[in-house]
Structures are given as C-alpha cells and as structure tokens.
Design a protein around this ligand. Structure first.
Ligand code: NAI
Length: 342
C-alpha cells in the first residue's frame, strides 16, 4: 500500500476525542495514511484564523480527501455553519449516509438497510435570509434545475453501482410547488431517461416519515433536498441505535469529505465517553473511496478488517454508553483494535 496524505479536521466538542480514537484504530489496522491536520470551527476561531481558514480549504483541494470531526454552529446568531460553507465552497453536492442495523445493537427494527442521499448545496441552506422590516424575516429556498438533476443522477447512479433496488424521493411539492416540484420532476426525468432499471417512487415527506418509523425496511435509497435530508438523517439514525452509529460522506466531483452524521455533542464533550463508531464507519467509507481513488485495493482490505473488528466488538457486548454499554471512547477503540487480528 502506498502512503497517501489525507486532511484531518478534528472539529469541536467531541470531535478531537473521536478523531483521535479513529486515527489510533486506522494506524493499528495498517492504513498507510499521512494525516495533514487543519482546523475549522471554534478551534480555528480560537487560533484567530477565522471559522473556515483558507489553508483548510486549500489543503482539501490539494489532497482531495478529508476526514472531519463535527464543528459547532451557534444557534440563532453568530457565524454561518462551517459544515454548510465547506460543502458549498467545495461543491460537495452529494451527502450519502448509509443507515443499517449493526449486529450486537438491538433496536426496535431488524433488517434496516437504507441509504440517504441528500442534496448538499442549496435549498433553504443557501443562507439567504433577510429582515424585511422589524418582526418580519424571510428565508429563500433555492432550487436549480442543474443541482436537482445532478443529485438525482448521483443517487440513481449510486443505486446502480451498489445494486440497490429503488430510489424514493421525499418532497413537499404539494405545498412548495415550484422548488420541490422541480426537485421531483428532475428526479423523474433522470430516471426515465437513464435509469429505468431502478424502481422510482416518491412520498410527501410527512407521510414518508410516518412510514419510516412504522417500517423502515420498506425503503431502499431515499433522495432528499438539503433540509429534509438533514432532518431525516437524524430520524433514521434513531431507527438503528442513534447518532453514534451513522456515518456519512460529502462527495463532489473533485473532493470528498467524510464525517459522521452527528454533531459536536457539547453535552458530553470532554468526558471521554463519545462513541467513535460513527466516525470510524465514515473512515471505512473513506478507505473504500481511497481504494478507488488511488487504485489500491489494500485500502479496501483494511476497511473490511476494521468493519469485521467493530462488528465483532459489538457482538461481544463491547459498547459505549449511548448503546447501553459501559465503555468509554478509548476503551471501545481498544476493543476494536484487539479484534483486528481476528
Ligand atoms: P449532536 O449530534 O451533537 O448531539 C445530539 C445528541 O446525540 C446529544 O445528546 C449527544 O450527546 C448525542 N451524540 C451525538 N454524537 C454522539 C456520539 N458520537 N456518541 C454518543 N452520543 C452522541 O446534535 P446537536 O446537539 O443538535 O448539535 C450540537 C452542535 O453540533 C451544534 O453546534 C450543531 O450545529 C453541530 N452539528 C455539527 C454537525 C457537523 O459538523 N457535521 C452535524 C450536526 C450538528
């Protein structure tokens, strides 16, 4: 395996704790990675470099792949989300979040195996908000045919590559006839023109959410615009054990940033009890991506070894508190490392 440089953004809150644990596991598994550390979020502000330093962006552009811990965004005031900025500036237009049951983590449902594909660059997250007059504010929801078509194409192509059966669009086109209507129409057109091999349907998001919590196994790939994708990701995390077990990737044509769905969890930050599994699973996605990007199957073998090790750890009852276990972050990392060699 050749050594490749990957950007590491530890992030805020529990970010440095979970990224340290994941680095340790990857090193023990023999992943040849030279980490290039850069900062964003509150950590970067503390270093007086601004919330998203140009050096951090430049490093991701140069090295093309990053592993990122969560970054805090202040509520109702302060700076624009680092995460939203990063996705928009690097045009990481597809967020992909696989949501699956894990062996050893018992939840209300079995057999959950769905993938959320979220449009990552526009919608209400365009950040165009105005105070029209005192007491009256607006937020502009942006949908462009180009972005709606691009994400639909990505989702259907993903379904083909991963042998998935169906792509379901969640929308609210009955109310937002223009924006969500465009999203829906673009998906339908992309399907009809190129992907008839994949089943395609849609649901109004409120009814779709009800169906999700009644029986998530009826869904396969879910395609959503930005805000709906954000909300439904956390909802789906709750179906399989919570935010500690759902990984993610933000993919563009040039760069990819891998990060867990969860945030910086200020309520448990600094206690050393965060579950590093969601970021570890994101790192496994990253290793598979690296295998393709660097034409090096050794990364895929390391990814598989890590996956088997964390599965085994969970089956052996080695779990962090969020999953009902008693391990802290480092103890869980050690439990995975102990199982790497079989
Ligand atoms: P959160 O995901 O940070 O936390 C929600 C709940 O889940 C908390 O009770 C937390 O303790 C728990 N939790 C999350 N990750 C966990 C883990 N790995 N192990 C164990 N428990 C875990 O969501 P919240 O509280 O809404 O957001 C906190 C901050 O994170 C905000 O500033 C938000 O903007 C930011 N955020 C950043 C994201 C990113 O960087 N991609 C994504 C989501 C939120």
């Amino acid at each position: 395996m050749s050594t490749n440089k990957i950007v590491l953004i530890p992030g805020d809150g529990i970010g440095p704790e979970v990224t340290a644990a994941v680095k340790r596991i990857l090193a023990s598994a023999g992943a040849e990675i030279e980490w290039v550390e850069h900062h964003a979020g509150l950590t970067a502000i503390a270093q007086e470099r601004g919330v998203l330093p140009q050096q951090t962006l430049d490093a991701i552009v140069e090295h093309r792949i990053a592993l990122k811990g969560p970054c805090t965004t202040p509520v109702s005031e302060g700076f624009t989300s680092v995460n939203v900025q990063l996705r928009q500036k690097l045009d990481l237009y597809a967020a992909v979040r696989p949501v699956r049951n894990l062996s050893g983590v018992s939840t209300r449902f079995e057999g959950v195996d769905l993938v959320i594909v979220r449009e990552n660059t526009e919608g209400l997250y365009s950040g165009i908000e105005n105070e029209i007059t005192s007491g009256v504010v607006t937020s502009l929801k942006v949908a462009t045919e180009a972005a709606c078509t691009r994400i639909a194409d990505w989702a259907f192509d993903y379904a083909v590559r991963r042998n998935r059966r169906r792509v379901t669009v969640f929308h609210k086109a009955n109310i937002m006839k223009l924006t969500d209507g465009l999203f829906l129409r673009c998906a339908q057109r992309v399907h009809d023109q190129k992907y008839k091999i994949i089943e395609h349907d849609h649901a109004i998001i409120d009814a779709g959410c009800m169906r999700l919590v009644q029986d998530p196994t009826q869904f396969d790939v879910l395609l959503l615009e930005n805000l709906y994708g954000d909300v439904v990701s956390d909802l789906c995390a709750g179906l399989v054990g919570g935010l500690g077990v759902v990984p993610g990737a933000n993919i563009g044509n040039e760069q990819a940033v891998f990060e867990a769905v969860h945030g910086s969890a200020p309520d448990i930050a600094g206690k050393g009890i965060a579950n590093p599994l969601a970021l570890l699973m994101s790192a496994v996605m990253m290793l598979n991506h690296m295998a393709d990007a660097f034409h090096d199957e050794a990364y895929r073998r390391v990814a598989e070894a890590i996956k088997q090790a964390y599965d085994k750890a969970l089956e052996d009852g080695q779990k962090t508190c969020d999953l009902g276990g008693g391990l802290d972050t480092d103890q869980f990392a050690q439990a995975v490392i102990d199982r790497l060699k079989g």
